[in-house]
Design a protein around this ligand. Sequence first.
Ligand SMILES: [Zn+2]
Length: 314
Amino acid sequence: MRVIACGAGLTLVNVRSGVLGGDLPFTMGHEFGGVIERLGDGVSSWHVDQRVTASFHLICGHCVWCASGRETLCANLGGVIGASMDGAFADYVIVPERNLVAVPDGLELGIAGVASDAVATPYHAARARARLAPGQRAAVIGAGGGVGVHMVEVARAFGADVTAVERDPVKVDRLRELGLGTAILAEDGMTGTALADAAGGQFDAVFDFVSTPQTIRQGVDALGRGGVLVIVGASTGTADGIHSIDLINKEKSIVGSRYATRAEIQKSLQLVADGNVSVHIGARFDLPQIQDAFAAITSNAVFGRVIIDVCEKS
Ligand SMILES: [Zn+2]
């Protein structure tokens, strides 16, 4: 693929510092959009110049998890493009045929690249893990983050009544301006009961993009009967103070959610192309200015995702 643009976020800050492992150094970049430049031997279902993005998981395609539609659990994961091996902050990136996802006409390739992760990950969390349904109540903890804001968008597109929870007052204001639901400033030590009270009721689903001991406990306590806490954000903490009787009597669930399938990426791109989900881009940089991009991400100054423009616009 000739790379046109590639998204960047906090994940890559952690990749680059070595926290997430991988055999450093390598070229990062996993949320890319571009154009097929050349086909490998035997590739027949794609053509040169086709506009594409891709799943960045090198799945095997034949294990029991891949075969049952749960490819994010692939038993033979061969690596993560741009996060454990060379990726798309480069003129070209090599992608296996099975990873490609076509970009709908009219959808800008940089936006498609960001959506392939920052919208698709929430789509998987909402559809596959929370089984979110119209009319349900959902909360997003860490809603001002680069993926969190898209979780708010996706939950709303699923027909849920969404509460956005965020600890940065500036980002709370931005969330209020978007008008996607209720936005609540998360104060230190805020309990789940206080959160539910502030939001006007308990939740059917809570999506946690922070995943500290405090937010996990808050999320569980804010759930109503049959509610699901979906852990999406990565953190190394554990949570005390979750009561088994509460989980039993109210049949609450705590589940994890990892990335998205290729089908979910495709559906996510379509939601964006159809105008049902907006992609929020806080800043764009050309590839030579990528250090400035990482400075902006690290300082938490950006609302939404950052796009790195690699080649001329397409
Ligand atoms: Zn597999």
